[in-house]
Design a protein around this ligand. Sequence first.
Ligand SMILES: [Zn+2]
Length: 64
Amino acid sequence: MPMDIRLNDILELKKQHPCGSKEWLVLRVGADFRIQCTGCGHRVMTPRVKLEKSIRKITRKEDV
Ligand SMILES: [Zn+2]
């Protein structure tokens, strides 16, 4: 079962970015994800399989 990750979700990863932030914004979903560090704005493309393993928590701001 793939994890439920959607656009604009905030992902808390297990490993923190060199800038000190662990939170990443989801910019694109698919076989490859594009995520942006909320600390420094750095963007990366990463395969879903690899990304799922590094996620600690998913925060959805759009939840009502
Ligand atoms: Zn960063």
